[in-house]
Ligand binder design. Sequence first.
Ligand code: SAM
Ligand code: SF4
Length: 465
Amino acid sequence: MNIYPEDANIFETSNTDDTSRPKVYIETYGCQMNVNDSEVVASILIGNGYSVTSDINQADIILINTCSIRENAETRVFGRLDLFGQIKKQKPSVLVGVLGCMAERLKDQLLEQKKVVDLVVGPDAYRELPVLIRAAEDGQKGVNVLLSREETYADISPVRLDKNGVSAFVSIMRGCNNMCSYCVVPYTRGAERSRDPHTIVKEVQELVNAGYREVTLLGQNVNSYHWVEQKGLIKHSVNFSDLLEMVALVDPRLRVRFSTSHPKDLTNEVLYTMAMYENICNHIHLPVQSGSTRILKLMNRKYTREDYLNRIEAIRSIIPDCSISTDIIAGFCTETEVDHDLTLSLMREVGFDFAYMFKYSERPNTKAARHLEDDVPEEVKTRRLMEIIELQGKLSEQSKQADVGKRFEVLVEGESKKSKDEFYGRTSQNKVVVFPKAGHKVGDFVYVEITDCTPATLMGKIVEE
Ligand code: SAM
Ligand code: SF4
């Protein structure tokens, strides 16, 4: 049996050979923020005398960083905990810890029902991990799920999870204040708080010095980034556009990406900053969730279909070659066929380059769970999701077809999974390209002419600039 899941990130670092240090295995589910949080956790633990291993059988401590966004994400983690229970039977000294959103949401259930769990640590309590591990070693349960209004881990340099040393995530804020009615994030990750911009720039500079070529600035709603500092008698404030510029100026050869943008907060100022700096990538992830204004209101998204299309128009006019991706939820409470058709028609109108598509999953205690009935039958949700996926398949293919014959600057990110003679990388628009190596190396910027495409990937050849 393969004990490693395909849908999780497993931490790999080079310090696993240090036999004197207790070994921690970290498995991560969910969004990029969770991946970055695991990097923070690794940094804290390595700084406290632990080492990190990607071999679960070698581990003294097994940590699972979890996601609560949909029910199936949680079910997956419960399955993994059962497997960890089997490992613990063979090696009773192993400690098992649940980190992140599920720790926050299901602390009591985890402690009562899952005897295998020794540690339950919420997203704002990672600094406490060494203390909590010691408590667990003494036979107590190590628990801290307190949410904070200040914690941003600003001073911690994450140990990078990616293996190629080319692109890195940088969290610029934590939590969320938006209270979309379906979403559990404001409850599991707490209130929104922005990180000191100077610590962000410092981290980015360190990444550049270490050879990184791309950073992705992360937040649940990066466009509401807001930092105020006192300079003498004057208050100076930094918004997301300012921060983007500060990061772009660190090094003109560093690619800058960001995620996620909320349509209600994406300003023209941000779009002009993107247009002004060539190293800010021309890609915006702008989750729409639904094409029906009535459903958007029930979701508490605070924009209408028209507002969303207005933002798309602004992107197209200010950054003409910008790609746009989105998130869509099928079958939200009360959604009719008319609402669903509005989602399909909006998708066609925008022509999204890529989308993450989900069936609505009711999350306990959210506003939707408390006030709206989850009344779209499962088979209707499934059929609508299938229609959305099928349409997006066509749109994604069209978007790639339109690139055939064009030239793009591509950052070489790694060897293609299918051939040792080929690399893969991404265009500024975040589209994956596969091309023959032609004597280049990972981390190089190359010009690639697109010669063909599959529904998932562009294919090309390196050309002179
Ligand atoms: N903060 C980001 C935003 O607002 O766009 C993304 C947050 S969430 C991690 C990523 C996506 O999960 C959301 O955009 C939404 O499409 C989806 N999602 C969140 N809650 C969901 C739920 N209860 N059921 C199905 N999908 C959900
Ligand atoms: Fe959830 Fe909405 Fe916040 Fe995104 S903006 S994390 S969907 S509450």
